[in-house]
Design a protein around this ligand. Structure first.
Ligand code: FRU
Length: 501
């Protein structure tokens, strides 16, 4: 039997660079109908190396077109992660002839400094574009924020804080987020720090994001801090936690229940192993008003060893974040962006589907499980374990279980195909807590060739995992020791222009 390798694994609807290595999403902004996505990129090899910013554009955040490399490393160092803003009022003065500058803020990482065991080898710098993000000029006054003598000092995320009328920058150090303020994107003043003794700390903090959000259905505004760390994620390796709280223009104060959290707390953007360094889009028009997010769909534990050669790593599907108040806790939920729905073709709708033993719900005759959206609900949950299973013709399987007695999901990819490229990939069964206490479970599941993204309970528990089956999945089934009924099962095949049928 022919087994899947390399290009067979290239996703149908998740962004991948045509060639070589990619990690974090960077500098995302929207302008004049186009969504921009930059990314940590090493164009010469399929493993991490001297970092550039690659670039891709999209009209809907689902299908992407790769563009020329946006930023190249230079004598000041590699171009590490960062952000971009549309400077509408030309506060930076980079605008010319009525052209609005887009300003990118990134980390210079000086590999020589690192080699010489100096500590101050990371600093923040800016570049601007006058052609809507295609070509960039680095500012001659770089760095705009020199290193104050801190070892990990990186990943600046800048937003216009319209409440306090300032540019705000958050950046990550080993165990803290540091906040800076500016009026012109060139001069930055430190205003506060956050994080010591708060949150998960079993690794280095990286890639923060910070923004206000309206609590769904209210007029209340709260501030959300997204803070990735590596290692120390919920299932080990890299992962992304968040905090909700108040911000007075200088200092971020988390809610009581988010003070002094530890490793296994419940405030993670995604509990799966493969969503890291995600941040949000800048400059989304007010009449849209969504908070749009994308993450890197891999994990530093094995990202450089996954069994693709031509390229390595994909992004998650773009997601809409919401802030809700659930009982007394604030939660950030995620859902795939609405734009995905316009790619639905074949549909398969069953109002009630009775499960007894292992019951195949969908097979490859129904829909192609390498580009599918599946939705369902299970009402009247019993104290038993519900299994959702992908399987193929060569006996491989990926199993997600929900144990309602323990209120816990688990994900087992140890027999899901190729795993031996890294002893970290499938050695353990990953888990995720169920956050909702409802007695019905709802699910949205997105399937691509090498990934599953699961949004349970309206995005309160989100789980993203990758896998490399030797043959495509050809059935999706439900099972439990007790009989049960799946309600409102909807499945859609997603059709993309590039896909030949
Ligand atoms: C996170 C990260 C960032 C850094 C970049 C380097 O994955 O380590 O902290 O800027 O990747 O590529």
């Amino acid at each position: 039997v022919k087994v899947q390798t390399d290009e067979d694994f290239r996703p149908n609807f998740h962004f991948t660079p045509e060639k070589n290595w990619m990690n974090d999403p960077n500098g995302m902004f929207y302008l004049n109908g186009t969504y921009h996505l930059y990314f940590q990129y090493y164009p010469d090899k399929n493993v991490w190396g001297p970092m550039h910013w690659g670039h891709a554009t999209s009209k809907d955040m689902i299908t992407w077109e790769e563009q020329e490399i946006a930023l190249y490393p230079d004598e000041k160092g590699y171009i590490f992660s960062g952000s971009a803003v549309v400077d509408k009022n030309n506060t930076s003065g980079f605008g010319k002839d009525g052209k609005t500058p887009v300003v990118a803020i990134f980390t210079y990482h000086d590999p020589e400094g690192e080699k010489n065991e100096e500590i101050d080898y990371q600093s923040q710098a800016i570049a601007y574009s006058l052609d809507e993000g295609i070509t960039w000029t680095k500012y001659e006054g770089n760095p705009v924020l020199p290193n104050p003598g801190i070892k990990d000092f990186r990943d600046p995320k800048v937003t216009w804080d319209d409440i306090h009328k300032q540019w705000l920058m958050v950046l990550a150090t080993t165990e803290k987020t540091i906040f800076y303020s500016s009026q012109n994107l060139k001069e930055w003043t430190k205003i506060s720090e956050f994080g010591e003794n708060t949150g998960a700390h079993d690794g280095v903090w990286e890639c923060p994001d910070f923004f206000p959000m309206k609590v769904e259905g209210t007029n209340e505004t709260k501030w959300v801090l997204i803070q990735s760390l590596n290692p120390g994620g919920y299932n080990g390796g890299s992962g992304t936690q968040y905090f909700v709280g108040d911000f007075d223009g200088k200092t971020f104060t988390p809610e009581e229940n988010m003070k002094a959290l530890e490793e296994k707390h419940n405030f993670w953007i995604d509990f799966g192993r493969d969503n890291y360094a995600g941040v949000t889009w800048a400059n989304i028009p007010e009449d849209d008003g969504r908070k749009l997010f994308i993450g890197w769909m891999s994990n530093w534990l094995y990202a450089q060893e996954v069994p693709t050669e031509t390229w390595r790593s994909a992004m998650t599907v773009a997601r809409e974040l919401k802030l809700i108040k659930d009982k007394d806790q604030y939660l950030v939920t995620s859902a795939p962006v609405e734009e995905l729905k316009k790619y639905r073709t074949v549909d398969y709708l069953i109002e009630k589907f009775n499960i007894s033993g292992n019951s195949v719900a969908l097979d490859k005759e129904d829909i192609d499980l390498a580009r599918a959206e599946i939705r369902f609900k299970i009402n009247d949950l019993k104290e038993t374990t519900y299994n959702f299973r992908l399987a193929n013709a060569v006996g491989e399987e990926f199993i997600v279980s929900y144990d309602h007695a323990k209120r816990q999901f688990s994900m087992n990819r140890s027999h899901a195909g190729q795993t031996d490229f890294s002893d970290k990939f499938a050695s353990e069964i990953a888990t995720a807590p169920r956050i909702s206490d409802s007695d019905s479970l709802s699910a949205i599941i997105l399937l691509d060739k090498t990934s599953i993204e699961m949004f349970f309970d309206d995005g309160k528990t989100v789980i993203t995992e990758i896998f490399f089956p030797n043959q495509p999945w050809d059935e999706f089934s439900f099972a439990s020791l007790e009989d049960f009924t799946v309600s409102n099962l909807e499945a859609y095949e997603l059709e993309f222009n590039e896909v030949e049928k």
